[in-house]
Ligand binder design. Structure first.
Ligand code: TRP
Length: 329
């Protein structure tokens, strides 16, 4: 079976944006590939290095979210437990120029957004190199990600080619991105992206009451004052969410037509959305209620053990290609 690797930075609980952006894709993949899911805590530290406890706190939250959505056929592991990663990263650093990492479009965009801009720590600027180590340490052939991660995969493949040709080996494998079918989810406030830092998302851990309250607060059409008024779909967050989550496309088309014509109130469409979301979230809540902490830890630790074994094997072969192995230890 081909190997796939994917992952998230543990900087908060997962939300509906993750659900349509990557989690449904992974649910589909876990039966087709041997799937590793990395909780990228070391990478999260490249911008949360002042508050490691914050990252630590979110590691098991994210692991619990994975299991709650049904990702139970994957190996979930914690990046910082993989001993081979920093060593692989060190070797790869020599194969990449500083100019090349700074040119990485995602890093470039992130540098612009961050407060540290001109004083960016090396750890941050070089994270694409450590991500190349992530991808290669399990010999991943497929990497399910969003479009913003394409430059990381391209850069990892450059490193793979350079390493293999320089040290005359084929131990490292090139990988291929698998893009999620769905694009970004808007925030409940109509903002361009649902995100934890903007506090405009519905978390998978939200209770039915919170979901209801968040949907009721959603932005619709400011000119749709009376029920009889015709309503606008463009920029209407409720319909954006219905588009993303409601499978009954014919019913949705009928609802849209009715809304446009007039005679359909905002409360009615919001209630429909609550029902649609609850159909997705209820099974997640139920699975979550059955997960106990000890069992969750055991699952994650088993994933760490398995990923470590694989990564140690790859590291051994990498060092062999570089004639760096010694007979001691
Ligand atoms: N960079 C990814 C993100 O920010 C997380 C990540 C780290 C990752 N290592 C990875 C994704 C390896 C896929 C493969 O979401």
């Amino acid at each position: 079976m081909s190997i796939a690797l994917t992952g998230d930075r543990p900087t908060g609980p997962l939300h509906l944006g993750h659900y349509i952006g990557s989690l449904t894709n992974r649910l589909d993949m876990q039966n087709k590939y041997q799937t590793y899911i990395m909780i990228a805590d070391t990478q999260a530290l490249t911008d949360y290095f002042e508050t490691p406890e914050f990252v630590r706190k979110n590691v098991f939250q994210v692991a619990e979210d994975y299991l709650a959505v049904g990702l139970d056929a994957c190996d979930i592991f914690i990046q910082s437990t993989i001993r081979a990663l920093p060593e692989l990263t060190m070797y790869y650093m020599n194969l990449v120029t500083l100019a090349r990492v700074v040119r990485n479009p995602t890093v470039k965009a992130e540098l612009k957004q961050k407060s540290f801009a001109a004083n960016a720590p090396c750890g941050f600027v070089c994270y694409p190199i450590s991500q190349a180590a992530d991808i290669t340490c399990v010999q991943a052939e497929f990497v399910p990600v969003g479009v913003d991660q394409l430059p990381m995969i391209e850069q990892a493949n450059e490193i793979v080619r350079k390493f293999n040709s320089m040290y005359k080996t084929d131990v490292l494998k090139e990988s291929q991105a698998i893009l999620s079918p769905t694009s970004k989810l808007l925030g409940i406030d109509g903002g361009a992206k649902a995100s934890k830092s903007l506090n405009n998302c519905i978390f998978l851990i939200d209770s039915p009451e919170v979901v209801k309250q968040k949907v009721m607060s959603m932005y619709t059409d400011p000119n749709h004052i009376r029920v009889s008024d015709p309503g606008e779909l463009k920029g209407n967050v409720v319909f954006h969410y219905l588009d993303a989550f409601w499978e009954e496309k014919e019913e949705l088309a009928a609802l849209k037509a009715h809304y446009k014509k007039g005679g359909l109130g905002d409360v009615t469409i919001k209630q429909k959305l609550i029902e649609v979301l609850e159909n997705i979230m209820q099974p997640i809540r139920e699975r979550r209620s059955k997960i106990d902490k000890k069992q969750l830890e055991e699952i994650v630790y088993a994933g760490c053990k398995k990923a470590n074994e694989k990564a140690n094997d790859v590291l051994y072969k990498v060092k062999d290609a570089m004639k760096l192995n010694y007979d001691i230890v």
